[in-house]
Write a protein that binds this ligand. Sequence first.
Ligand code: AMP
Length: 223
Amino acid sequence: MGRQPQLIFLGAPGSGKGTQASYLVKNFGYKHVSTGDLLRAEIGKGSSLGMRVKGIIDAGHLVDDMTVLELLKANCDTSKGHFIFDGFPRTLNQAKLLDEHLLRGCTTQTVYFKIDLEVLVQRITNRRVAPKSGMIYNLLSHPPKRPGVCDVSGEPLVHRKDDTEAVIRNRIDVFKSTIDEMVEFYKQKQVLKVIDANTDESIIRENLLSALALNGVNNDLPY
Ligand code: AMP
């Protein structure tokens, strides 16, 4: 555990980052920090930050860097654990901010879940999430046992407002415009692993574990 790096997950919305992060949390003691979840929690609480960012998120645009960075800093202390950063960075500037403010002196590893952008729209429109348990379902490839209900918590599943087709196209465009510069940044730092995310989640998981040299996994877990 002591030698585990801090992990940065890059990938388009729907590339499987969140699902794989949950697996590492359950099996390897990582803490998952998703800036999308943090922002949605602020909206859910009705905080002034939440009210300010709601329209931006609903439209699939990016919230400004400093707002997201401050939220991230308030919610993770890298001196106290190993984190998976999911959804941050989303721009080269955020990658630099992350290094400077949260990862100074830490061993890090970046994983890029590379996926054919054409398959994403279908994947995301079929995504359903359970906000309390954090479970992520897909109506086609990983449906819940009872329609509309989380297997773990029994809570109703949610179709995120920004998981609709028009907004997804916007989010994919935003992703396409920023990914190359981040990939180049982490390549230069020699901390980049690229995983083929076009395939089944169990294969993605195997490839992820081997890229991170993690083993001793309990394969009986639900996903
Ligand atoms: P996600 O759950 O990661 O897909 O994020 C949902 C939405 O939250 C994004 O489409 C953005 O509007 C906003 N968001 C999440 N993370 C960031 C970030 N690092 N920078 C700017 N906006 C973000």
